[in-house]
Design a protein around this ligand. Structure first.
Ligand code: SF4
Ligand code: SF4
Length: 433
């Protein structure tokens, strides 16, 4: 199976890939407790004298390869960190300059950039607007909630600086989405978090990320320690904050994740359906319609987004930046060879091949596919390893939205391909009457 197959472009088969570039690696100006990337500074090459910044010649090399090795009308560059704005505005002016230099006719280049917002100012926002960047802004909710874990190096909360960034993004009409971590604290106040993002931040697009980190996550790559115990779903040692817990204390629990999504869904469906985009809800609508899930975490295969470090090292996924999952370096191997390599394809297919039998029998498999493999470190209630830590929460959420989604789809003239209230099941029930 080929991972990427698509229509023709310029008379040839289209070829697409996606890379999350981290030109400053894990370096960040703040110090969030739950950050899964800061610790990469110890794990990767940084210690061996590698510059934490991608130098300009490698940057141009990357941009040139990324453009020339795709055949598609739109090429999307994604910039992440650490904190990419620490590189300074001139660095990103160079990025745009190199993109223009290497962009062939008829191709549109777009950029997105994930930031903690603390360094944004008028100049940055003018630049984003002028170059049509899409900004992902990390904000966890109202002041107290945001400041619980999103602190600077002196331990002070960053809320006020982030709210200044929100003002600037609106002032310059920069396209942006919010990224909110659902952790031990924010998961307890879903409606308050949602209303804050909607009414105060005026977020046009919301992404919620569940924080799931075992105490070993800084050093141990997922799926590599076959001897590590896998506790059964429901085991107290999986509850964050519990004395004997194997989870970091700031994590969301499986149940709290499901409850969070349900509470936000209720508010969204009652007041904001069709007005505000909530990524997981939009993705679920697609799944219920029978379409491909746009999110890798809930889709059938992994590996469509590589991660690129400042020294040119490439990894299978942003969540698998561990030495075991390095697939090469752009100085030695063309990017496309790595993106379409057998190694990367088997990484992608492992998501479905390694599915737990609780998942293969689950009535919501079509919407979840066992979720992200990095979270598959528990065992099912009958002892089979490889179940997703968040399973109970996902299942509760999917069961809850099943009926309303079917109702909405039918009323908007769309097919209901899956779920307990699918068109097929309804037709069968009507026939049997
Ligand atoms: S490992 Fe997780 S984040 Fe990476 S591609 Fe797979 S589902 Fe997506
Ligand atoms: S809800 Fe649970 S059992 Fe169902 S597919 Fe998702 S992780 Fe597997």
């Amino acid at each position: 199976m080929k991972i990427t197959q698509g229509p023709q472009f310029n008379g040839k088969a289209s070829k697409r890939m996606h890379v999350m570039a981290k030109p400053i690696g894990a370096v960040c100006n703040i110090d969030c407790d739950y950050c899964y990337y800061l610790s990469k500074q110890d794990l990767l090459e940084y210690k061996k004298g590698c510059s934490p910044e991608m130098d300009e010649s490698l940057l141009e090399e990357y941009i040139q390869q990324y453009i020339s090795q795709q055949n598609t009308p739109e090429i999307i560059f994604s910039w992440q960190g650490g904190e990419p704005t620490m590189l300074g505005l001139d660095y990103f002016k160079k990025v745009v300059e190199y993109q223009q230099k290497h962009c062939p006719k008829g191709v549109v280049i777009s950029n997105d950039l994930q930031t903690n917002g603390t360094l944004l100012n008028d100049e940055w926002c003018q630049f984003f607007k002028a170059n049509n960047f899409l900004i992902g802004l990390s904000i966890d909710g109202p002041e107290l909630m945001h400041n619980t874990y999103r602190t600077n190096r002196a331990g002070r909360g960053t809320f006020r600086q982030v709210m200044l960034a929100v003002e600037l993004l609106h002032k310059y009409e920069v396209r942006f989405a919010t990224l909110t971590c659902v952790n031990k604290v924010t998961s307890q106040s879903p409606v308050e978090v949602y209303r804050f993002l909607r009414d105060v931040v005026k977020s046009p697009q919301m992404q919620f990320i569940p924080i799931v980190e075992q105490k070993t996550f800084r050093t141990d790559a997922p799926q590599t320690d076959t001897k590590a115990p896998q506790y059964r779903q429901g085991d107290k040692r999986l509850i964050p904050g519990n004395k004997s817990s194997v989870m970091e204390p700031w994590c969301v629990s499986d149940e709290a994740w499901g409850n969070f999504l349900i509470a936000v869904f209720n508010e969204w469906v009652m007041h904001d359906f069709g007005k505000i985009m909530v990524q997981y809800f939009e993705a679920s609508v697609e799944a219920w319609m029978g379409n491909k899930n746009p999110l890798c975490t809930l889709g059938q295969v992994c590996g469509k987004g590589l991660a690129l470090e400042p020294n040119g090292d490439v990894f299978a996924c942003d969540h698998y930046v561990y030495p075991e999952y390095k697939i090469g370096n752009i100085k030695d191997t063309p990017l496309a060879d790595m993106a379409f390599s057998e190694k990367q394809q088997s990484f992608g297919l492992a998501k479905s091949r390694g599915i737990n039998s609780q998942c293969s029998q689950c009535e919501y498999q079509f919407a979840c596919y066992g979720e992200c493999p990095k979270n598959r470190f528990i065992s099912s209630r009958d002892g089979e390893p490889g179940l997703n830590y968040l399973c109970a929460g996902w299942k509760k959420f999917f069961a809850y939205i099943d009926k309303p989604l079917a109702y909405i789809l039918r009323n908007t003239g769309h097919p209901v391909a899956h779920g307990k209230y699918s068109d097929k099941l309804i037709q069968q029930a009507t026939k049997n009457r």
